[in-house]
Design a protein. Sequence first.
Length: 170
Amino acid sequence: STMLYFIASSFKNAKTKQREMDAGKLSRLNFIVTIIITIFLMLFAIIFNARKLYVSSLDVVYENGQDKAKMFSTDIENYLTEAETTIRVTAETIDLMKKTDATMQDIYLLLIYQTDRLSKQFDENFRGIYAYIDGQYMDGAKWLPPAGFEPESCDWYKAAVKAGGDIVLV
């Protein structure tokens, strides 16, 4: 009976140790699974937030780009409208001057005046107002053409003739 007690006790101790080892392994396994799940959730949160941030940043950049494009479009439209209005007024003034027998010198002085006035409003790309009236070339920027200059062969002249009286900006 002592022997049986000793065997049963040994078996019980072995079983307890086995359970303790299994509990320790299970505890370690639970710890590792918890860490893996935590890392997975953290990665998911990082990727999710990064994607959200990317999408919202992209939206902001796109909206800012659209706003800038609209602003530049409005600026260009205002620039061209002002130039067209000035050219139209200058052309109508020249037509009126011709009807009232103004001299070509008077017309040339008007072109110089309008060019000077506009050069203060526009940027460095503004080259002035010029005209070809009754076979005479006049440049408001006071540029004197070289000998043999033929305005009829210039693109601006051809564009103006083709426009049939509409404003041409070249």
